[in-house]
Write a protein that binds this ligand. Sequence first.
Ligand SMILES: *Cc1c(COP(=O)(O)O)cnc(C)c1O
Length: 385
Amino acid sequence: MEYTNDKKFAQTQDLNDPLQKYRKEFIFPSYTEQPVIYFTGNSLGLQPKSIKKAINNELEDWGKWGVEGHFYAKKPWVNYHEILTEKAATVVGAKPKEVVITHSLTTNLHLLMVSFYQPKGKRVKILCEKKAFPSDQYALQSQAKLHGFKPEEVIVEVGPRENEHIIREEDIISKINELGDELAVVMIGGVNYYTGQVFDMKSITKAGHKVGAKVGFDLAHAAGNVKLELNKWNVDFAAWCSYKYLNSSPGGVSGLYINEQHVEDKDLLRLAGWWGHNKEERFLMADTFEPIPTAEAWQLSNAPVLGMAAHNASLEIFDEVGMDAIFEKRDKLTGYLEFIINDISNRYDNVNFEIITPKDKTKRGAQLSILAHGKGKELFDFITK
Ligand SMILES: *Cc1c(COP(=O)(O)O)cnc(C)c1O
């Protein structure tokens, strides 16, 4: 696409945008004099207008039915999570039985690590990206301690080479091969939160499996942002949050994926709760746990319906628009921003913006990370204002 850096061009693109009508389906912050231009969907997505009604419906049903709402609400709460499963599975390229919407992201990472990090003999190492999101680092460190290790004994990090920002995929693959039969689990972000780099999840999974390791991804910055085919890539496990690119309310519910070859494994270690137990017998209050043969077995508790209602309303928009249409618009918009940043940087001597996110469209999503070379604070304050 040929871009030009002027307002007329941008307005024409907006006019011809097949997704243009969706802009008014979202609420933009209104605390400033000028309408806000929102660049922070990677941290908290905007509120879809449809969420208010969705939550209100549940409040009304709670008022009308009290506890009976579990069975008589318009969307009975007892199986509420089921109405989100298929839509969420589509977003991450999984089969419905591999996905459940439940808990929060870091909680799910822990639950998944309990099942998939089971160090034995030599096979004790965890491979992750250097400077992973802090919550992921804390989660992995505490998982190491849970098994009686010092974190530095078992956690191996791959980072960018000196004077580079992006982690070379060949370096990840060769680290996997080097660790070989000492490697228990690969757990990295599908999209690096700092650089916006999209990892080749398919190749990493293949390489991990080749040395006998399990492979999982934190998809916080990937779900709703980049194309995911978790089932096809044979990824063992993954988790993501719904409040970033998926616009589903602050601290909103998380998604959890477990490959189909593991969901029926009754012997797989997991932390269990009553909502993971055989649905037919849940209210018989049996004293032995019988896992549902789907990702639902990882659910501990009954669903937080208000948060789930928000997520469901947002997923309905994704379902209606389709991921491919979103990706097409993503690439145009991101490409245009990249063009303008480079144009400004070339045109003015007093600015030097360096985009560290890969140029290759298959290696990035909607994020561009910019080094402002000494002018970061100034730029940040200016944009915020
Ligand atoms: C946003 C984010 C989190 C946040 O975790 P919560 O449990 O939802 O608070 C964790 N990991 C990554 C990679 C993130 O981007």
